[in-house]
Design a protein around this ligand. Structure first.
Ligand code: PMP
Length: 395
């Protein structure tokens, strides 16, 4: 199977799997226990936090400074941020291309009377931050929280977080950044980002599924989602999964060491895939890759991701045929299993129903090879020739 669904999840790095196994085999691991065994577990967590702090350039050991709350992953971190940050009566601003784990929480909060204001994106999938200041101020009450992802999970388009942070800072509005897709693929300094809270998830950077974190800037208060224990200063009670935390820290260390080389490897593989397919099928559309406004450079994208429409083909039929042909990827919509609604991201970008209906997302990883990419180009091309309309360039 050629795995090109690395935005949905990645293969665990064998070194990470080894560390997790080693911690699990080492004996009981409850970091809240008062005895030597518990203290050893606590030390492991402290070491993991030190590693994460240095990988993401944020001190995490100073009283009153930034802190990390371990969660079960990106979905929980996003739920925690949206529900627990800012005055519960203050409106929330979020972009139309956020992950469902942000949008669904906001919509849930809206059923309880919370006002949601939507930040539009342009045709390339970039949030229109030039409208953000007005959105924050509009209505009777200023927004208390803005949620903007650092890179979109479908198109890979990187969002203007610096500008959003500047606007939020000026207005005293908290900024939550869902960095689930960008951590481990592009450099990120939490000290420089200007965010109040940042979501991360280990299985997107060759760590284990089931562990992630919400980073909070110093002094940012948070209401917990869960109650019933004193762990993590009651921000997220429950016995910490020490083995997964150690795995996440090592995965992050491996992902951030040599990141520049990884970025070039990923973009060379992604570009090879994109160009290989485009050279055979002139009608393919790459989303987030060309600027609608002439003379505007294309927005930056994650180095591993491409979102392609195969005009005339149906994405579900393509997915099934590709699965049969030994290629694992997903449609342009969120990485939810089973049903696959049309991509809210491409719709927000103003793409036609035909382009949305034929969109697939492909993501390479550091474990992808040139041979796999060339093989994937052949197999995808063959499927499109069978399932798409007959306007491809013969090769
Ligand atoms: N945010 C983004 C941008 C994502 O891509 C994902 C995973 N698809 C999530 C949040 C949810 O992360 P997790 O799978 O760890 O719950």
């Amino acid at each position: 199977m050629i795995y090109l669904d690395n935005n949905a999840t990645t293969t665990i790095d064998p070194r990470v799997a080894d560390v997790i196994a080693e911690v699990f085999r080492s004996g009981p691991c409850n970091a809240s226990s008062q005895h030597a065994v518990g203290r050893a577990a606590r030390l492991r967590i402290d070491d993991a936090i030190d590693t994460i702090a240095s990988c993401l350039d944020s001190p995490l050991d100073q009283p009153g400074g930034p802190r990390l709350i371990f969660t079960s992953g990106g979905t929980e971190s996003n739920n925690l941020a949206l529900s627990g940050l800012a005055d519960p009566a203050a409106p929330i601003v979020l972009s139309r291309i956020e992950h469902p784990s942000v949008i669904a929480v906001a919509e849930h909060l809206a059923t309880q009377g919370r006002e949601i204001r939507w930040l539009d994106v342009d045709g390339e999938g970039v949030a229109k931050v030039e409208t953000l200041a007005e959105l924050i101020q509009s209505g009777t009450q200023p927004a208390g929280l803005v949620s903007l992802m650092s890179a979109n999970n479908e198109t890979g388009v990187i969002q203007p977080i610096d500008e959003a942070a500047r606007i939020c800072r000026q207005r005293g509005t908290l900024l939550h950044v869902d960095a689930t897709q960008s951590i481990g693929k592009v450099p990120l300094s939490l000290s420089q980002l200007g965010a109040s809270a940042v979501t991360m998830s280990a299985h997107k950077f060759h760590g284990p599924p089931g562990i992630g974190a919400l980073w909070l800037d110093g002094g940012v208060p948070l209401r917990p989602l869960l109650h019933g224990g004193e762990q993590q200063l009651e921000s997220r009670p429950g016995t910490e999964p020490v083995a997964l935390i150690c795995g996440m820290a090592l995965a992050l260390q491996l992902a951030t060491a040599g990141l520049h080389e990884t970025q070039s490897l990923l973009s060379s593989l992604r570009d090879r895939l994109e160009q290989g397919l485009r050279s055979r099928h002139a009608d393919l559309v790459v989303h987030g890759c060309s600027s609608a406004a002439a003379n505007q450079p294309a927005p930056p994208r994650l180095p591993n991701t491409t979102c392609l429409s195969f005009p005339g083909a149906d994405r579900q039929s393509m997915l099934m045929a590709l699965d049969f042909a030994g290629i694992a990827l997903s449609s342009g919509s969120a990485c939810s299993s089973g049903s696959s609604p049309p991509s809210h991201v491409l719709l927000a970008m103003g793409k036609s129903a035909a382009l949305v209906q034929s969109a697939l997302r492909l993501g390479v990883s550091k474990f992808s090879t040139v041979e796999e990419i060339d093989d994937a180009i052949d197999r995808i091309s063959l499927c499109y020739k069978r399932l798409g309309k007959k306007n491809d360039v013969e090769n």
